[in-house]
Design a protein around this ligand. Structure first.
Ligand code: SF4
Length: 298
């Protein structure tokens, strides 16, 4: 999940900043008990490693897809040590289909640090780990350690709910919520995903409707929160993914062979310089190493 707090606030003019807004959130607890996504497997563990794996996967990948991957992943690599010691190609093959494989590499680097030095004791220590930003550090403090003093992690769903509740990007006063910090975060994730949806919020069904500034207005959060992603089909991401998949299947392929075989994945013939750019990009991310030969210089 993406940390949107900094992006949201960076788009506000100073005079738009507002003090925390109090919201009567007692009905949220009852709604969460009845309608929350309690079946998500990573909500049934307090193992910080397993929760960290879910957070890395959920960043930029939909819940429905992560469900397929998370259990096999933490079964195969149940501890930071097992993951740190795994060959990177094995990890990347298991990650295939989740997208943005750089996350897998960062997760392995983070696992190595945790295995060798233990879990960081505070937010700044978590922020020093590869691939962990403010959102993930706060999510870990609350979801893995139920830290009641930690600020809420603002992913796109929670930020949208707060934006609509207050009609500003100001903070929401969260004292008095009748749940643990961990349950509160899960409830807000679910409210943003199931009820306070980006395009069509279901205001009449919302447990926070009596406190909401945007009730029934369909207030658009797009100017503040939505970041459109370019289509995957035909993108450089698609080409990178195809090249990585081919290299994981056969690590001895030449550039000419990659050009030829990627046609079957992409449905088009990529230029040689596109293949070279993808290889350089993957190597820069630490996802593969290239061997230069006279026949296939880059
Ligand atoms: S009342 Fe509507 S806009 Fe307000 S938080 Fe609920 S679903 Fe979102």
């Amino acid at each position: 999940m993406e940390d949107v707090a900094a992006r949201a606030h960076s788009r506000l003019k100073p005079e738009q900043a507002s003090p925390p807004t109090r919201v009567d959130a007692l009905p949220l607890a009852a709604w969460y008990r009845a309608h929350g996504r309690h079946d998500l497997p990573w909500r049934h563990t307090m193992d910080p490693w397993h929760i960290l794996v879910s957070e890395f996967m959920l960043h930029q990948t939909q819940v429905s897809r992560v469900i397929e991957y998370w259990t096999p992943f933490v079964t195969q690599w149940p501890t930071p040590k097992t993951f740190a010691e795994a060959p990177l190609p094995d990890i990347l093959r298991a990650w295939k289909g989740l997208g943005y494989p750089r996350r897998a590499r960062n997760l392995q680097d983070a696992a190595t640090h945790i295995w060798q030095q233990g879990w960081p004791e505070n937010e700044s220590g978590l922020l020093a780990l590869p691939g962990i930003g403010t959102y993930t550090a706060r999510a870990m403090r609350i979801l893995a350690w139920n830290d009641g003093a930690c600020q809420l992690p603002l992913d796109v769903n929670i930020a949208r709910v707060f934006w609509r509740l207050t009609a500003t990007a100001g903070e929401v006063e969260t004292t008095g919520w009748s749940m643990s910090r961990r349950e509160l975060v899960y409830a807000l994730f679910d409210l943003g995903s199931l009820i306070c949806r980006a395009r069509t919020p279901l205001c009449p069904q919302c447990p926070l409707s009596s406190s909401c500034t945007a009730f029934g207005t369909g207030m658009d959060s797009a100017p503040l929160l939505r970041k459109r992603q370019a289509p995957y089909r035909g993108s450089f991401r698609e080409l990178r993914s195809a090249v990585l998949a081919l290299c994981l299947a056969d690590s001895t392929l030449s550039i000419a062979a990659l050009e030829k075989r990627s046609v079957h994945i992409l449905g088009r013939a990529p230029e040689r310089n596109e293949i070279e750019r993808a290889l350089r990009s993957l190597a820069a991310d630490g996802l593969l190493q290239m061997t230069l030969t006279e026949d296939h210089p880059l």
